[in-house]
Ligand binder design. Structure first.
Ligand code: FE2
Length: 309
């Protein structure tokens, strides 16, 4: 079956205490799920034990990306395919599986050196319902009929899209959703490529930017439009820098805003993204990222060079 969802993200951060407040009661609304022996803070957004693991290791970047498959056989298929193509694949240790709270994982890197994992058997806590840490409706991680949509999406910087696109499409089996030519709105940034693995419009997009880090932004989707509006004003009241104002994207139709995380990379807080039905979807291209809004706020610090999708 291949990859079914973007399952978890590991973030290495400098300021764990600031992240703990930002990700829970101050802004994002995740549920705090305790810490691992290595100091990793677990953050929950649905029935999975956690979707985000924040480790005080100082990178201020993504330190691992967890792609979910259905079972151990699918891990074997993916590992064989990657190894046949010359990718160095290592088996996750029992300690790493315990840290991620999965049955098994393998580790490898994409062409830009982004640390990727494929796992199965994530711990889910149906007996302990998700409890957001502030008053929000919760996060959309599955369709109305229960198909997994994963934690949201992320944008990764790539050094060479000519190498990265075949890696994600042909080796990992992701499907291209569409493209946004950013050279119009943001000259020099080229074409962003968006990929899906389930009905979520994209689980990952790639842009060719010579950035020192891997993660440009990640997005989480809320169940209720009011959560976006209320949080949009809350972050401005408490001084979280906005990176892009409220707006709606051309390709996934997400109504969202972008803010700066305590690590400098951006976080998109969104609602209302359109779903992809592979039996009907045709690949599209766009020359604008927003149908309205998503403007760089005046006087706000913006540390990342691009916003897309
Ligand atoms: Fe996004």
């Amino acid at each position: 079956m291949g990859i079914v969802a973007l399952g978890y993200l590991g973030l290495g951060v400098k300021d764990l205490d600031r992240w703990r407040k930002f990700a829970t009661t101050d802004v994002l609304g995740f549920e705090e799920m305790g810490t691992a022996p290595d100091g990793t803070l677990y953050l929950r957004m649905d029935e999975y034990h956690h979707r985000f693991a924040v480790r005080p290791s100082g990178e201020d970047d993504v330190i691992y990306v967890g792609w979910e498959v259905a079972n151990a056989q699918d891990i074997d298929v993916m590992a064989n395919r990657l190894r046949t193509a010359g990718v160095n694949v290592t088996e996750g240790t029992p300690e790493e599986c315990a840290n991620r709270k999965v049955v098994r994982l393998i580790k490898f890197q994409d062409p830009a050196g982004s640390p990727l994992e494929i796992f199965h058997g994530a711990l889910q806590l149906w007996e302990q319902p998700f409890k957001p840490s502030r008053s929000i409706s919760g996060f959309k991680t599955k369709t109305a009929d229960g198909q997994p949509m994963g934690l949201g999406h992320m944008i990764l910087f790539q050094k060479d899209l000519k190498a990265a696109i075949p890696f994600y499409r042909d080796l990992l089996g992701l499907k291209i959703s569409d493209y946004i030519d950013l050279d119009g709105p943001m000259p020099g940034l080229g074409v962003a490529t968006f990929f899906h693995v389930n009905p979520r419009h994209h689980s990952i997009a790639l842009i060719q930017v010579p950035a020192p880090k891997h993660l440009q932004h990640f997005m989480v989707e809320l169940n209720n439009l009011d959560d976006i509006g209320q949080t949009y004003y809350k972050v401005q009241e408490i001084g979280v820098p906005l990176s892009l104002t409220l707006g709606r994207h051309t390709n996934d139709h997400m109504l969202s805003f972008y803010m700066q995380s305590p690590s400098g990379f951006d976080i998109e807080y969104g609602w209302g993204g359109r779903l992809i039905d592979d039996s009907k979807w045709v690949v599209q291209q766009h020359v604008a990222a927003a149908t309205w809004g998503h403007q760089v706020p005046k006087r706000a610090p913006v540390q990342q060079p691009v916003q897309a999708g």
